[in-house]
Structures are given as structure tokens and as C-alpha cells.
Design a protein around this ligand. Structure first.
Ligand code: NAP
Length: 389
């Protein structure tokens, strides 16, 4: 058996493919393909020059291995492998770095750390009011046909600036100009609606889903943006409304209107990653004409996303809300609640929370669970996420 060695790896879920590490490595141990940036264990000497230049921290990952992961294996990684169980000689000295690293890895695996099974390392607060990221508008497209309900899909390009963002995170938009006191406007938060590797895969641009609000400073500024204009962006923000890393976890998505922004990001990321867990979405809008992404959603296969598009203002039809449809499909929701892997995400109008809560109480009780207890347990396990406004 080979003596265990400490292998340097890069976390493909966090890496933004800026290739700074590759350019910094003095001995060309780092390389990339279309999928991942990887470290050649035959060349890397652990000099650590690449660590401080990485904008996301994805570079600082280590495993103790008997046989190093090959470049081909690393190119295939969708996520980092867990630390393998490796035996260390009983007489390994306490100050042996490999023994120490293994002990640390095993402590984590043994349940000491109760990190939720959610993408664990979002980058936050890289840019702020004093030092925003200046992004160029790549596109501003109208998403809705309803003339009274202008919702835009806005694509922003950070160009060479590192801006690592995970699905479910938000960014701040600083409207230009100053307030009544002559101070710069504070940033307004918008959920990112693109996945981690970009609106276009590998381009690391981000998209936002913005509804024009009457008199709204930031929403009117954003909805009126022309291609090529510059926007000051802060963030990224948010460390809780994140997807589980495991692709086989079922997701229950409940949203209204532009609260669908993070759900779009989840769906695109899972589609790109070939996730198998399945998603069920209850999505409420006034009419099909005012439902953001109505056209593109129709093309998403049911195996990836089971869709319940629910409308409240179709002439001649009864008003239907997401919670009504959940009750109509109570058996499906109950099956998701009974699955200990399910994650729930609720995003949109604050008013929907009460109705969804009432539906959950009835559905959970029908399968013998008090909803309050189940919800609190799910929240503790990082499986229950709410973001309403
Ligand atoms: P909207 O079109 O006004 O409403 C969407 C749907 O929700 C409509 O069918 C509406 O029905 C229904 N609804 C109203 N009250 C409800 C209730 N109590 N329970 C269940 N459904 C209800 O939505 P919107 O203007 O897009 O607003 C969405 C919200 O999401 C905003 O508050 C926004 O701030 C927030 N949000 C936005 C983002 C983003 O990135 N843009 C991210 C997260 C959250 P009616 O016909 O009765 O109005």
C-alpha cells in the first residue's frame, strides 16, 4: 500500500473559473478543461502560492489519499469527494501533518460538525457601497406580455471582476444619484436568477428578475437600463437560501411572481449538473401573461421539474393561490414531507406565508406529523428556507 499523502484539490462548486490560480502557480501544476480547474498531484509541491490569490476560497481544499485523484477524475468532479477512510499507523506522531489532517477530516465526518446539507461555502460581502462591482448590462428583456405588469430579465457582466455567486443568493443594486440628504442611495436587494457558472455557462454573468414598481427608484432604473450601461453592484449576500449539494435530494419550491428568481437559478443549475432528486414547484401569478419565464418553463422536462402554475386573475375562473393547489395535490406534498431528504423553499409575497403554513399544517397532520415540530426540525437540519418580502 502507498503511504498516504496530502492532495491539493479545488472545489468545483465554488470555483468561478477565473484561472488566477493557474496563472499564479510557479510550476504549472494547475490546469483546466471546459468543466473544472484541477491540480496535478504529480507536480504540486504544496508551495501555497495559489491560495491567497483565489477570490472564492475554493482553492483551499485538501484530502488525504492512498492513491491521488487523477486529472481525469478531477475533470469529472461535480462536487468534491468526501475524505476516504484511511488507516494511519498507530505510532503516527502527533505532529505528523498527515495524521493531523486525517484526524480533522474524521472529526468532521463523525458528526461533530452539524453543517446543514446545503451548499456550504457561499462568498458574501465582497463588494459594498464604498467599493461596488461595476457591471455592464448585457441584455434587458421583457418577460411578461401583460402591459400593466412589466417584469424584466436583466443580464449583468462583471467582466474580469471575480463575483462568485450561488443560486439563492442576492445582490445589491445601487441606484445612481443621491437621496434627500445628499447621500448615495443604499443598495436594493435582488435575488440572482442565474446559476453559479453564469447565465451563459462558463461566462459568469448574472441575471436578475425585476418587476417595475410604480415610483420604485431601483426597479425603474433597472427596467430602463440599456445594453452597455454600467451598474454598481454590491454583495453577494445570503448564506441560507441555498441548494443542497447532493443532487439526489428532492426540492419543494413554492413561489409567487418575481419570487421565482431563485427557483429559476435552482432549476438551471440542476439541469446543467444532471441532478436526479427531482423538483416540484407551486408557482403563483396573476395570469399566464404576467408569469415570468412562462415560455421557457414549458420546455423544462417534468422529470426535472414538476410544475404547478397557478393563476389568480384569469377572467371567468376562480382565484387560485399556491396554497390551494398544494391542498389539491396534498398526497404529493405529503410524500415530500415524509422524505427525510426533502428541502423546502418559499419565496415571494410575504402574504403567502400564512396560507402556505395553513396548507402545511393540514397536510402534515394527515400523515401524523404536527407541522410545527416537523418544520422546526427541518429548519434545524437546513432543509426549510423562507425568503418573503
Ligand atoms: P404579484 O404578481 O403581485 O403576485 C403573484 C401572485 O401571488 C398573484 O397571483 C397574487 O394574487 C398572489 N398572491 C397575493 N396574495 C397572496 C397570498 N396571500 N397567498 C398566496 N398568493 C398570493 O407578485 P409580484 O409583484 O411579482 O411580487 C412578488 C414578491 O416577491 C414581491 O414582493 C417581491 O419583492 C418579492 N421577491 C422578489 C424577488 C426578486 O428577485 N425580484 C426575490 C424574492 C422575492 P392576486 O391576484 O390576489 O394579487
Amino acid at each position: 500500500m502507498n503511504a498516504p499523502l496530502k492532495q491539493h484539490l479545488i472545489d468545483p462548486e465554488i470555483c468561478i473559473r477565473c484561472y488566477t490560480c493557474e496563472m499564479t502557480c510557479p510550476i504549472e501544476a494547475i490546469t483546466h478543461d471546459d468543466n473544472n480547474v484541477v491540480v496535478d498531484a504529480d507536480i504540486c509541491n504544496g508551495c501555497m502560492d495559489c491560495i491567497p490569490v483565489c477570490p472564492t476560497g475554493s482553492i483551499d481544499e485538501w484530502r488525504v489519499v492512498n492513491t491521488p485523484y487523477t486529472l481525469e477524475q478531477q475533470f469529472e468532479f461535480d462536487e468534491l469527494p468526501d475524505q476516504e477512510d484511511i488507516e494511519v499507523a498507530a505510532d503516527a506522531a502527533d505532529d505528523d501533518p498527515i495524521a493531523a489532517l486525517l484526524a480533522e477530516a474524521h472529526k468532521g465526518a463523525g458528526g461533530v460538525s452539524k453543517a446543514p446539507a446545503t451548499a456550504a461555502k457561499p462568498t458574501i460581502n465582497m463588494y459594498n457601497l464604498g467599493k461596488p462591482a461595476m457591471m455592464k448590462v448585457q441584455g434587458n428583456y421583457r418577460l411578461t406580455d401583460d402591459p400593466d405588469h412589466d417584469v424584466r430579465h436583466i443580464i449583468l457582466d462583471p467582466a474580469a471582476l471575480p463575483f462568485p455567486v450561488l443560486e439563492g443568493q442576492s445582490v445589491g443594486i445601487i441606484p445612481p444619484g443621491v437621496d434627500d440628504e445628499g447621500k448615495a442611495h443604499l443598495p436594493r436587494l435582488y435575488s440572482v436568477s442565474s446559476p453559479r457558472d453564469g447565465e451563459r455557462p462558463g461566462f459568469h454573468n448574472i441575471s436578475l428578475t425585476v418587476k417595475r414598481e410604480k415610483g420604485g427608484l431601483a426597479s425603474n432604473f433597472l427596467c430602463d437600463l440599456e445594453q452597455g450601461a454600467e451598474v454598481a453592484v454590491t454583495g453577494p449576500f445570503g448564506a441560507t437560501f441555498l441548494m443542497p449539494s447532493q443532487p439526489d435530494t428532492p426540492l419543494l419550491l413554492i413561489c409567487t411572481g418575481t419570487g421565482s428568481a431563485p427557483m429559476r437559478a435552482f432549476t438551471m443549475q440542476r439541469q446543467r449538473a444532471g441532478a436526479t432528486g427531482g423538483m416540484t414547484m407551486f408557482f403563483g401569478a396573476r395570469t399566464p401573461e404576467s408569469l415570468p419565464y412562462f415560455g421557457p418553463l414549458k420546455k423544462v422536462p417534468e422529470t426535472l421539474l414538476k410544475q404547478h402554475l397557478v393563476f389568480s386573475r384569469i377572467p371567468g375562473q376562480d382565484k387560485e393561490y399556491v396554497q390551494d393547489r398544494m391542498m389539491a395535490y396534498a398526497d404529493d406534498v405529503a410524500a415530500l414531507l415524509e422524505n427525510p431528504k426533502t428541502h423546502i423553499y418559499i419565496c415571494g409575497l410575504a402574504g403567502m406565508e400564512d396560507g402556505v403554513e395553513r396548507a402545511m399544517i393540514t397536510i402534515a397532520e394527515s400523515i401524523g406529523h404536527p407541522w410545527g415540530t416537523l418544520r422546526d426540525a427541518m429548519r434545524d437540519e437546513g432543509r426549510y428556507h423562507v425568503e418573503t418580502y
